[in-house]
Design a protein around this ligand. Sequence first.
Ligand code: PLP
Length: 444
Amino acid sequence: MAVPDIRTPLPGPKAAALIARDAAVISPSYTRGYPLVIARGSGCAVEDVDGNTFLDCAAGIAVNATGHSHPDVVRAVTAQAQQFLHMSGTDFYYELQVQVAEALAAVAPMDGPVRAFFGNSGTEAIEACLKLARYTTRRQQIIAFLGGFHGRTMGALSLTASKTVQRRGFGPLVPGVTHAAFADCYRCPVGATPDRCAAECLDPLEQQTLVQLVSPDEVAAVVVEPIQGEGGYLVAPDQFMQRLRDLTSRHGILLVVDEVQSGMGRTGRMFAVEHSGVQPDMVAIAKGIASGLPLGVALARAALMTWPPGAHASTFGGNPVACAAALETIRLLNEQLIRNAAVVGERLKAGLTALVDKHPLIGDVRGRGLMVGVELVKDRTTKERAPEVRNAVVNAAFRRGLLILGAGRNTVRFCPPLVLTAAEADTAVRLFDEALTEVASTSS
Ligand SMILES: Cc1ncc(COP(=O)(O)O)c(C=O)c1O
């Protein structure tokens, strides 16, 4: 499939017809940034129902780790579908679920034995971590971070603090959650730079919140994304993660890393937390783990996962077809795709960084591996956010055949399949450059 190849106005006639039907019957709570109606995909290429093709740097929100319909994944899924579709790993045994748990144990970012709990999504992985943290510590309080996104079920939503629309109207949420400031290094509150940073942004948590508001011996867990995803692709510096580990260890608090978006090879390591050398107590995994099939995992140090039969379970969690996809995905990640994410991710980031001189709209380019964000601002000095411009750029890119997504208030995110080639990365940069040029000329 040659990409991009735009043959109709967008949306084309078939896409427009489907979108009209969708508008009548689908929940209006979904956030569709532009009118893409997919017909099929292969690798990083997507074809819509009108025959237009696009370069996919969104991957179904960082999910299609091995690319669209990777032949090895499709083969494994098909073979498993012919054996059995479901048996509920909560009540019966099957080898695939054990194999995925073993494969995850082999790559877990912590030493020693680990155990896996299977759900179907990121939010379920977080719910499991929350429940397990409370259960095992017998403490109730949780610390999460402003800007964080952990899902939309009531427990996970209580941690989520990304946009008010996600919480508005749904209260009261789960009590016992306190939010702290995250590391926004582009807007560092103490004006530090990477070489002069001792993660001072954690001072208020350590010296005020945990002194004046919440007693640390009542805190079950600190839940953190090593790179905030929905929050705007903010990379926590290594010192931040290290200081959190130190703080939590001192008070017997569990450190839970939400790797739903940043995990499974995306940042050039299996888990983003590995970049900091920090070993967490639990890891929430979903999105990329099964290349597009629904699977969520709460991975915990084995010593913590001692809840009794009946304490927590999910009928569909660890579905055998999803597990077959996960096993194949983990193999492909280990064999080549994590490395590819690191190498091609560097190239993508370098290409985007090279646009800084040309486009005053770009305030910051950041990320790790194939998790790259470009923050757009109205003015580089004041760093005033440019949300409308961001939305316009995402749409202009779409019209040129590049699929990207917004993140946070004014950031564009690139989270392509990890099979992205160097040539495709260059194409993405070129199309993004053109989109910026178009928007700059119309908005000035
Ligand atoms: C970091 C993070 N955690 C949790 C979730 C929730 O995952 P899901 O939508 O699969 O419930 C997301 C989804 O975007 C996420 O990015």
